[in-house]
Design a protein around this ligand. Structure first.
Ligand SMILES: Nc1ncnc2c1ncn2[C@@H]1O[C@H](COP(=O)(O)OP(=O)(O)OP(=O)(O)O)[C@@H](O)[C@H]1O
Ligand SMILES: [Mg+2]
Length: 429
């Protein structure tokens, strides 16, 4: 095996510019100041935070569209203006017991208190928090643990209120708590119950609670008046970026990751490639980043920095989807998958009408198989209708090039190589 080289060095950058993790206050990948666009949304969230108290607010939008980064960016700005907010968002991606959730929130707050190195809490409160903190020390807090402790919920809520009071007075304007990833909770009923049960905890003064989820979160909250009453409406919806925003996000990342001024940068993708992916993924940034990353992984390991351009983008991604999915399907399964691809969201009944296959087979045989191989996923339910969509990789099928197009580029490439050789020869002679 030959030596290992870091791929990105060839391009004059020190790390992967296509990372798909959110921007964080800690700035693990790149500083949070690299945040681009979203002026209107950030202003709206800022105004909500400025209310300082009695706020329960939802940020909603499709997966991978930029919700977490938006909240982290605005929280970071707020933290520079005397708002107290834990550096890390709190993952709320499964149904938890009320006690468990409060303990988790308290431990995240306590971590932040320690990080600030300020004396925000009195001795008595610190010792209570230390005791709770012990419970979370060994990783995830289990349901059992929360129950075994048999803590009285009201006492936990009182402790939370006391902690907030001591933090806020006299230094801070308020506390911001960011619960993330609620869309990962599939158990809708469980989520409704959990939110209803923590209602008293959510009524704490001087706290702004932010809940991040998908477009269906407001409906969940609205299903119980007791719950909907305490949420600020409407939710803030995060939509896809414009092409220019995405271009600028990548430009900013590449500049931030530049090795040094003396080494020139070669952007690993062309504008054409980016525009094709932008159209294909309807501006969903996470899907675009993942596609670019997949392409780089498949580029031939030359020492020269090869750019992802229209032709190799189409060839690589089409070949991938073909190998990973299409080749493993029967003609009927493929026909069904392509019909789902053509229709953004589709129900089994619509699919049965379009493909002329029996509904029972669609529901109990074909869709489960496509879900099993991760070619299709459940999108949402409306009444009794269940809608399905393809997973992002399946969209690569649309990048297929016509054979004559391929021949044309091959000839063009040959011409280009000839041209370079001729030019080189001339210079040499
Ligand atoms: N305004 C922005 N400026 C720069 N990069 C951004 C911005 N918004 C999002 N990104 C980048 O886009 C990607 C997706 O963003 P993010 O993780 O925030 O989306 P999300 O909606 O929270 O996703 P999920 O639904 O999976 O939680 C990340 O790599 C993130 O760094
Ligand atoms: Mg997120």
């Amino acid at each position: 095996m030959s030596e290992f080289h870091l791929t990105w060095r060839k391009y004059g950058i020190r790390d992967n510019p296509y990372f798909n993790a959110p921007l964080t206050i800690e700035g693990e990948n790149i500083p949070i100041s690299s945040f681009i666009g979203r002026k209107k949304e950030s202003e709206e969230l800022k105004r909500v935070i400025e209310m300082g108290s009695d706020i329960r607010f939802m940020i909603i939008g499709e997966a991978g569209i930029g919700k977490t980064s938006l909240v982290n960016f605005v929280r970071n700005e707020a933290s520079k203006n005397e708002f107290f907010t834990p550096i890390r968002e709190i993952e709320l991606n499964k149904v938890m017991e009320t006690n468990e959730l409060i303990i988790l929130t308290l431990s995240v707050i306590y971590d932040e208190v320690k990080r600030t190195k300020k004396q925000l809490l009195n001795e008595d409160t610190i010792s209570k928090l230390e005791a709770l903190y012990e419970l979370t020390k060994y990783g995830e807090l289990s349901h059992d643990l929360a129950n075994i402790t048999q803590l009285n919920r009201q006492r936990l809520i009182d402790l939370f209120k006391e902690v907030v009071k001591q933090i806020v007075h006299p230094i801070y304007k308020g506390v911001i708590i960011h619960f993330d990833n609620l869309d990962n909770i599939e158990d809708t009923e469980g989520l409704i119950d959990m939110l209803s049960e923590i209602r008293d905890f959510l009524l704490t003064k001087n706290v702004v609670f932010i809940f991040v989820g998908d477009q269906f979160l407001p409906a969940i909250v609205n299903s119980k008046p007791r719950l909907s009453q305490i949420f600020l409406t409407p939710a803030l919806e995060v939509t896809s970026f414009s092409y220019d925003d995405i271009k600028n996000i990548l430009k900013e990342r590449i500049n931030k990751l530049r090795i040094n001024e003396s080494i020139p940068i070669i952007i690993p993708h062309t504008e054409d490639a980016l525009r094709i992916l932008f159209e294909l993924h309807d501006g969903n940034i996470r899907e675009i980043l993942n596609s670019l990353m997949s392409c780089v992984l498949s580029l031939q390991p030359y020492n020269l920095p090869i750019q992802i351009a229209e032709d190799n983008l189409r060839d690589i991604l089409f070949q991938k989807v073909n190998e990973m999915f299409m080749k493993k399907l029967t003609d009927i399964e493929r026909d069904i998958l392509l019909t789902i691809l053509e229709n953004k969201h589709i129900t089994p009944t619509q699919l049965s009408e379009l493909t002329k296959k029996r509904l029972t087979n669609i529901s109990s045989k074909y869709i489960p198989k496509l879900i099993k191989i991760s070619a299709v996923r459940f999108k949402y339910a409306e009444g009794r209708n269940r809608f399905y969509e393809v997973t992002p990789e399946i969209k690569w099928w649309k990048l297929k090039r016509e054979e004559n197009e391929k021949i044309k580029t091959k000839i063009n490439q040959k011409d280009k190589i000839n041209e370079i050789i001729q030019k080189g020869l001339k210079e040499f002679i």
